[in-house]
Structure formats: structure tokens, C-alpha cells
Design a protein around this ligand. Structure first.
Ligand SMILES: [Zn+2]
Length: 434
């Protein structure tokens, strides 16, 4: 009997198929085109399949690629530009002025830099909100990552559009342009409940509902925002957004740091997805989101880095480690956010938040978004528990291979779709113009 030709077979020491189940040992993953087709002992798979390529990673751990729930990728250009400031001052005195000089070319360069960083640190999908997002999408298309992108809507002009309504028109155009792309999904992204007025928010939600799109917005990030909305509307930000119809199972609320008990109930009742960004909230001293309480209620949460200007990296391994320890620390309870739950918030649970059952696990039929992590290093030995190792011991530089939709984006630590030397040079050239 002739063997079936497949595109790729990866042998691994451990395979984390899904954080909620025991990892398998000494098996292999068969990939054909963009999908995972089978998992099993390599010799058995090789009896039936003829792979065009074999990656022997018998000293490595294989797992689903990480999903970054909330970021602004072009902001890598502003990494370290202004640190150690309160959010409002940081935004209004440093970030907004720097952003006012942005151009499509700068956005594309910042995006490519972010993509190089994300691939190197094992992120295969990210959810983005920024300006000139068409240029983010163009780079994503070229480098091979998977992304949810949305043009930021604001009451005030941005370098991209004179008004939020024109940015919403751009959202419509982006949707038509990218709707059939296998890796790019367009979302509707009003910036916050205090930078978008009621009418703009209503127009955004209408567009999201008419087209079945995800709506992605920052909500209750700081005490200042909470007080401001309460003063103007007599309601908390979450309650105010409920009156506008923004609470829905297709909405992503980034941050949710300052919440009242009733807000948690509302988020749960409307199945809103919360993008938790602990490092950014810590660095801007915005506070700590009540993740323990949200999880107890049953709210779906996934994990994001936020932009590189407030983090200052896009490292999801670091984010998982901080997320797990932070909730334990503030609740005096080491059982809160166990490693498997945190890993779920960056893989299978994140895919669920995005409404995707074909992502976030290593399962036959799923899209082949896969990473491998080297294990033969002192800080990763011994391996009593692969999931604990991933959350508490692995660093971004331990990632060895990255595959998205069956396409190898990094092989043995070498980027395939990005020339880093050339990229650094192109970014350096625009730095004086920032
Ligand atoms: Zn953000």
C-alpha cells in the first residue's frame, strides 16, 4: 500500500495537546497543509505517511502556539520611549504626541518588528487595535502570523482619519478586503468608553452586529476612567456600555481592572470576554484585575500583553508567569490560577474567547499553529510536570520552532519570513522621525 504524502511530521519528547489533559510522551504530530491530521508514535505514523519534511524534536516540548488577547503591535516603535508615568500623563504627554507623527510606513515597520518578536517568543495569534491597521494586516499577510485587526475609533482625529466615523468606514473597507483571508479577521475597535461618545459607540456596535464581528474595546482600565464615567453617566463603565448594547458574547473588554460586583455579574450574564493584561496594568500602576472573582463567576478570560510601550515586550511566557503569581499574591491563596488554567488562558481558552474551535489545541482537524520549546537546559531540568514548566520556568528564548497554519515561520531559531538584520536597519532609519 502506498503511503500518503503529508507536508510535515514533528517528533517531540512531550506534547501538550490541551492544558486540561495530561501531556503525551514520545509521540509525533502529523501535519498536512494547514491542519494537524494525527498524533501518535512516530514509527506508526511513518508506516502510513510520507512526510515531505521531518522535524526531530525528541528533546523538545510541542504545544499550541500562544494567543495574545490584546495588543497594539506598531507600538514596538515606542518601547522605552516614556516609562514610569501614570497612564493619563503617559498617554497624553508622550504617546499621543508620538502617535500624531505616525505614517503607514512607520506602522508597517513597527508591526514587522513586533511580528519578529512574537514569532521568537512563541506567539502565533494576536488581537490588535491601532491606526493604519490595513498596513498591520499587510505585514501579517506577508510574515504568516494569524491576527484579529481593528482600526481604532476615536472622537478626535488621528493621523489616519479625521473622525471616528471615517475610521468606521475604514473598518467596513477592511472587512471587504480581508474577509476571505485564512489568517486575518477584521474586528470593530472603539478605543474606550471615554474617547468615543455615545453615538460613535452605537454606530460601532451596529456595524459589529450587522456583520457578526467581534467588538474589541478597553474598559475600566483605571480608577480615573471609572470615576469619569460614573461622574458623567451615573453608571460604572460596564453598566454604561450595557445600556448601549455593547455587552455581548462577541465583545472583548481589555483590562477590566476596576469592577464592582454588579459589573462582574453583567460581564458573566452577557458572556463578555475579558482580555487580562497584568504586566501593563502593573507597570502603569492601574491596579490588578479581580481575576479570581471573575473566574469564580464563570467569566471567560484570556491573556494579553498590551502594547510594547506599556509592558515593555510582547512576551506571553512572561505574562503567564506574572498572571499566575499576581493573583496568588493578592488573594493570599496559592491555589488561585493554577498553571494549567493560565496556559488555557493563552491557548485553548483564548481560542474559545475568539469563537474558534479550530485553534488553541493540538488536535486532529485543528489548524497547525504549533510551537516547540527546547528542554535540554539547566533551568528546564528535570521535567516533573510539562505544564508547570511552561508557565513557571520556560522563557521566550527557549522557543525553537514556530508553525502557523502548517507553514514554518521559525525553524531551529531562525526566522524564515523576516530578515531581522535588514529589519533593524529599516527601523533604525525612521527612529529620528519618531
Ligand atoms: Zn491596550
Amino acid at each position: 500500500m502506498s503511503k500518503k504524502k503529508i507536508s510535515l511530521l514533528i517528533k517531540a519528547r512531550y506534547i501538550i495537546t490541551d492544558p486540561s489533559v495530561e501531556p503525551v510522551e514520545n509521540e509525533a504530530v502529523a501535519v498536512d497543509k494547514d491542519k494537524i491530521i494525527e498524533i501518535g508514535p512516530a514509527n506508526k505514523l511513518l508506516e502510513r505517511y510520507e512526510p515531505l519534511k521531518i522535524l526531530d524534536r525528541t528533546n523538545a516540548l510541542l504545544m499550541p502556539g500562544l494567543i495574545n488577547a490584546h495588543t497594539h503591535v506598531p507600538m514596538t516603535l515606542f518601547r522605552g520611549l516614556a516609562d514610569d508615568l501614570p497612564l493619563k500623563k503617559w498617554l497624553e504627554e508622550y504617546i499621543f504626541p508620538a502617535e500624531s507623527k505616525l505614517t503607514p510606513e512607520k506602522v508597517a515597520l513597527g508591526t514587522e518588528l513586533a511580528c519578529a518578536e512574537m514569532i521568537r517568543s512563541g506567539t502565533t495569534s494576536f488581537v490588535d487595535m491601532y491606526i493604519f491597521e490595513d498596513h498591520v494586516a499587510e505585514v501579517v499577510d506577508k510574515v504568516g502570523l494569524r491576527a484579529w485587526i481593528g482600526e481604532g475609533l476615536f472622537d478626535f482625529p488621528t493621523p489616519a482619519f479625521p473622525s471616528g466615523y471615517e475610521a468606521l468606514n475604514e473598518t467596513k473597507r477592511l472587512y471587504d478586503k480581508w474577509r476571505d483571508h485564512p489568517r486575518i479577521t477584521v474586528t470593530v475597535t472603539p478605543h474606550t468608553p471615554y474617547t468615543c461618545d455615545e453615538e460613535l459607540l452605537k454606530a460601532a456596535i451596529k456595524h459589529a452586529e450587522d456583520n457578526g464581528l467581534i467588538l474589541h474595546i478597553h474598559v475600566s482600565e483605571t480608577q480615573w476612567e471609572f470615576n469619569e464615567i460614573k461622574f458623567k453617566r451615573g453608571l460604572t463603565p460596564v453598566q454604561y456600555l450595557e445600556t448601549l448594547g455593547l455587552l455581548r458574547d462577541n465583545s472583548i473588554f481589555a483590562h477590566c481592572v476596576v469592577l464592582e460586583e454588579q459589573d462582574i455579574e453583567l460581564l458573566y450574564r452577557h458572556k463578555v470576554k475579558v482580555a487580562h493584561c497584568p504586566e501593563s496594568n502593573l507597570k502603569l500602576a492601574s491596579g490588578i484585575a479581580p481575576i479570581k472573582e471573575l473566574l469564580l463567576k464563570g467569566v471567560d478570560i484570556f491573556l494579553g500583553t498590551d502594547g510594547a510601550a506599556s509592558n515593555n515586550d510582547l512576551d506571553m511566557f512572561g505574562e503567564m508567569d506574572v498572571a499566575a503569581k499576581l493573583q496568588k499574591g493578592i488573594s493570599n491563596d496559592p491555589t488561585v490560577l493554577p498553571a494549567a488554567k493560565v496556559l488555557e488562558m493563552a491557548t485553548s481558552g483564548a481560542a474559545k474567547c475568539l469563537g474558534r474551535d479550530d485553534l488553541g489545541t493540538i488536535t486532529p482537524g485543528s489548524l497547525a499553529d504549533i510551537i516547540t520549546v527546547e528542554l535540554d537546559k539547566p533551568h528546564l531540568f528535570p521535567c516533573h510536570n510539562p505544564i508547570s514548566l511552561i508557565v513557571y520556568s520556560v522563557s521566550k528564548s527557549d522557543v525553537r520552532d514556530v508553525i502557523v497554519g502548517g507553514r514554518i515561520l521559525m525553524e531551529d531559531k531562525k526566522l524564515v519570513t523576516i530578515n531581522e538584520e535588514d529589519l533593524f536597519e529599516r527601523v533604525s532609519r525612521i527612529l529620528p522621525k519618531l
